[in-house]
Design a protein around this ligand. Structure first.
Ligand code: TTP
Ligand code: MG
Length: 384
């Protein structure tokens, strides 16, 4: 038997609204909706007061306005959200060397063995909540469980403004009563297919013969889902990526020779690489550039940075500098450009030692990932 793990899932409550309320306390207690205010805007988030009227994230704003006409509607302020997100993750870093960001306001923390240092998990979670409220002025809910899956579901249970702990011997019962939709990874389609089999709860899913589930959902995920329905999830908090480098390149339909255009492409490729780097929770030491000329001469150039980085800005500026140097040696048209990072390492436990600009770049890039993840790659670009 592997030793029991203790994992936290921390998720800020109604995050964008919570920040707006710090900036303008007169919003406290009112229904508040943050999102796109144009004709095709969608709700980013709604305060719990507005959720009572059926307003939800990702809903068209027009629907929200119908359901909750008396709410305060705000466009929001992404820079501020990034700043609060950054401060939140910095605070979490004080409590565990393994804090993995999963979105702008949400992280898993491996707290296994932290008892000696900080005390019982519930006590630590309360402590984190208090400090988040004191230092950021916003509420966070924390789920505690022996796996990421259970911790995540426990944090849903904890919301709003609470802690919910599921002990190892409570896992099966905790899972069994939940509707199948409560499990991350089961969407409306899978839920409908399971409902055809009269499977409504995770307990029923776990106990059902696997054959019909295989036929309904596919052979690969049926067994896996049944394990998860029992709360079994051995995935590590921090995935150890075996990748030793990450790169992206593009070959042009027609050679390009305008330097502005090349710099734009470098920016785009750097963001792509940065995003993959962050999603594998790695930091990079080296940035490289690949360049192919129309006659197929291909060069690569690499620079080693002062510190480990994972933000789009640092990667972009390093790659652009390499491009400018390469073009100084041989200018003219190019047919391919590529950007890569290597010298990869896990997120430094001493992240707070990194210099402020690199940290800020990392936080903003991470925040943009969350938005891009939801709305597509080109949903947001950073101004340079
Ligand atoms: P969530 O943590 O999913 O939502 P939340 O923090 O607003 O509410 P709670 O956790 O208490 O249920 O998302 C975090 C932020 O991400 C949210 O405040 C706004 C943004 N977001 C979007 O922009 N679009 C979306 O579709 C979702 C789900 C979130
Ligand atoms: Mg949240």
């Amino acid at each position: 038997m592997a030793a029991e793990r203790t994992i936290f899932h921390a998720d800020l409550d109604a995050f964008f609204v919570a920040v707006e309320r710090v900036l303008d306390p007169s919003l406290i207690g009112k229904p508040v909706i943050v999102g796109g205010l144009g004709p095709r805007g969608v709700v980013a988030t709604a305060s719990y007061e507005a959720r009572k009227f059926g307003v939800r994230s990702a809903q068209p704003m027009a629907v929200a306005r119908r359901r909750c006409p008396h709410a305060v509607y705000l466009r929001g302020n992404r820079e501020k959200y990034s700043e609060f997100s950054h401060r939140f993750f910095n605070l979490l870093d004080e409590f565990s060397p393994t804090v993995v960001h999963v979105s702008i306001d949400e992280a898993y923390m491996d707290m296994t063995g932290s008892e000696r240092l900080f005390g019982a998990p519930k006590h630590v979670a309360e402590n984190i909540r208090q400090r988040t409220k004191q230092e950021l002025g916003i509420a966070v809910s924390i789920g505690i469980g022996p796996s990421k899956l259970v911790a995540k579901m426990a944090s849903e249970e904890a919301k709003p403004d609470g802690v919910f702990e599921v002990l190892p011997d409570e896992v099966e019962a905790f899972m069994a009563s939940k509707p199948v939709r409560a499990m991350p990874g089961i969407g409306p389609k899978s839920a409908a297919a399971l409902s055809e089999l009269h499977i409504e709860t995770l307990g029923q899913l776990a106990a059902h013969p696997v054959g019909p589930i295989r036929r309904a959902l596919g052979p690969n995920i049926a067994g896996w889902l049944q394990l998860r329905a029992k709360g079994i999830d051995n995935s590590p908090v921090a995935e150890r990526s075996k990748a030793r480098s990450i790169s992206a390149e593009t070959t042009f339909a027609e050679d390009i020779s305008a330097q502005d255009e090349m710099l734009d492409v470098i920016c785009h490729l750097s963001e792509k690489v940065g995003r993959r780097l962050r999603s594998s929770r790695m930091y990079a030491r080296n940035v490289s550039l690949k360049l192919r000329y129309p006659d197929f001469e291909t060069i690569t150039r690499q620079v080693t940075l002062q510190q480990m980085v994972d933000g789009d800005d640092v990667i972009t500026s390093a790659a652009r500098e390499l491009l400018q140097k390469a073009l100084a040696q041989r200018s003219g048209a190019v047919r391919l450009l590529g950007v890569g990072v290597s010298g990869l390492g896990e997120r430094a436990a001493q992240l707070s030692l990194l210099d402020a600009a690199v940290q800020k770049d990392s936080a903003i890039s991470g925040a943009l990932d969350a938005v891009r993840g939801r709305f597509g790659d080109d949903a947001v670009r950073r101004g340079s």
